[in-house]
Structure formats: C-alpha cells, structure tokens
Design a protein around this ligand. Structure first.
Ligand code: ZN
Length: 304
C-alpha cells in the first residue's frame, strides 16, 4: 500500500465526515466515519510476514513502507528452523558440542524474544533475526548477562546505509541510542569468510556490549567489567605497536580510535585466533579471560 494513499484516504474520509456533519447529513457523515475507521483498522492489520532467505515459503505483501517491523516475541521460530539456519550459515554453532548447542539455542531464543527487528526492505528474511542475534550470543557465550537490554531495536539494511548524522558517509553497521544497525550484505559476508578477520556482526556487537557495560552501567557482566582494565593495558601497547609499518594484523580503520581497535580485536579473536596469539599472546590471553572463551580450544571452554 502506497505511503501517500495511507494518509490521503483517511484524511479525505475525515473531511467528508466533517462536511456531511456541517450540512446536517448525519447518515452520510456516519457512513464516511465508519469507512475511515475501517480503513485505519485495515492499516493496523496490514503487517508483512517474514520469509526464508532462499525463497521458500514466500508470502510477503510487498510494501513501500520505510521499514517492516517484526517483534521478536511474535516470530515464534521453531527449534528445527533455527538449527537449520545456524547449520547453514553459522560455523561457530556447528563447532559446539550438543550441550553447548542447547545452551546457544536457549540464549538465542531469549535474545530474539526481547528485540524488535526493523527491516529496511520490502521483505524480511528469517535468517536476519536469527543470525544477527546469533552474533551477539557468540560474543557473549561466556557471559551471564547477554541480553543487551539497552538495545531494543535491530535495524537491518539491505546494504550500506547513510548515517543520519553524517550524510555522505556509508556504513556497514553502527550502534546508536537503543539501536544496533547492520548492513545485511556485509553481515553475511562476515560469516561467509569466517577466517578473514572481518565480521561486521561481531564488530557491532563488540561496540554494543562495551556500551551496555561501561556507558549504561546496567545489566553489567561483572567479569567483563573487572577484567577489562587489564585487557585495556595490553591493548594500548598493541595499539601503539600496530602503528609501526610492517605490523598489520589490524586494519587502518582500527587505528582510528581505541573503540574501533576494541571492536576489531573481537573480530580477529574469533576469526584469526592463531594469528593474534602468535603476534600478541598477551592480548589473546587478555581477551580469553575477558570473554571466558578460547577459540583455539573450544572443548572445555564456555563451561559457564
Ligand atoms: Zn566500529
């Protein structure tokens, strides 16, 4: 349904209602009032369905709304469907043992339940809420508090999007206010190439968990907060070392600020753990105790 149509029809009907009333044509006024009411009801129930990415079970109503909203607690995905998506796209999940897989699934569903997904496209894919939430669960798998209550909204854009406060700058993802924003194209690439050290999903979640713990100071993960200063001390040394030509574990973008260095550290920790451990063993150890995870040795880790 066109955006303009949505406003013009009820407004026209409202004008008719007023017109008829002023002319004492109460029967006609009543009819246009009910038509206006019915049209508004129709708009409220005109909600799109979320679909599979591969095109099976498509039943989306094509809409030109600025975005489609999906409430996590109404999505009601079955375990089988979630597992199928994770097995296909999420190597981290595939590598877990059965009890860990159960725990991952439980956490993932609790996370999805609490989020509102705003998809800036005509259609939504089931993979979007599942996989984006899975990136948060991956990073926080060693945490007790993993739900990121500060971030109620997850915006998904088909590709790069323009930042509202910085026109002309195209982003693959960012975190602002109560929202985590993600380019779906870049998010998928992150997990398609799981060893290249680039993963926009993990990157944005790193910003989000930092923000939740150190800026909001709510729903704090005690171990994360108490071990961060130690990590930060090591990270500052590595930050300086990475400025020296020839040291190129990190991208130029990570050198922009400590925040970007932190987010990229998470990407490298999960995607190139050996390279990080070889170049900066103290940094790797610091991240291990910060996240209570060891990507070089999954058996026996993540026991909490
Ligand atoms: Zn960043």
């Amino acid at each position: 349904m066109g955006q303009r149509f949505k406003f013009i029809v009820p407004l026209a009907l409202f004008a008719c209602t007023l017109g008829f009333t002023f002319n004492n044509k109460y029967d006609d006024a009543l009819i246009s009032f009910f038509l206006m009411f019915a049209f508004i009801l129709l708009l409220v129930f005109d909600r799109n369905n979320i679909t599979d990415e591969d095109g099976s079970a498509f039943n989306t109503t094509i809409s030109k709304t600025p975005y489609n909203v999906f409430y996590g607690d109404e999505l009601d995905f079955s375990d089988e469907m979630i597992i199928q998506i994770l097995n296909k796209h999420f190597p981290y999940f595939v590598a877990l043992n059965p009890p860990q897989k159960n725990r991952f699934l439980k956490r993932l569903k609790a996370f999805i339940d609490r989020k509102t997904f705003k998809i800036h496209d005509n259609k939504g894919f089931k993979e979007m809420p599942v996989l984006i939430s899975a990136a948060a669960i991956q990073l926080s798998f060693g945490f007790e508090n993993y739900l990121l209550p500060q971030f109620e909204f997850i915006h998904v854009y088909p590709q790069e999007f323009v930042h509202a406060h910085a026109a002309f700058s195209l982003l693959e993802g960012n975190v602002s206010g109560q929202s985590i924003n993600m380019s779906w194209k870049h998010f998928l690439e992150g997990y398609q190439y799981p060893n290249d050290g680039q993963n926009v999903g993990l990157h944005e979640m790193a910003h989000a968990y930092y923000y939740q713990n150190f800026v909001c100071n709510e729903n704090i993960e005690n171990n994360f907060v108490s071990t961060f200063p130690h990590f930060s001390e090591t990270a500052n040394k590595v930050f300086e070392l990475e400025k020296i030509p020839g040291n190129d574990l990190y991208s130029d973008y990570a050198m922009k600020s400590f925040q970007e260095f932190w987010a990229e550290s998470i990407e490298i920790f999960f995607e190139k753990p050996s390279a990080m451990n070889n170049a900066y063993p103290d940094l790797y150890t610091g991240l291990k105790s910060l996240l209570c995870q060891d990507p070089l040795n999954y058996t026996g880790s993540m026991s909490r």
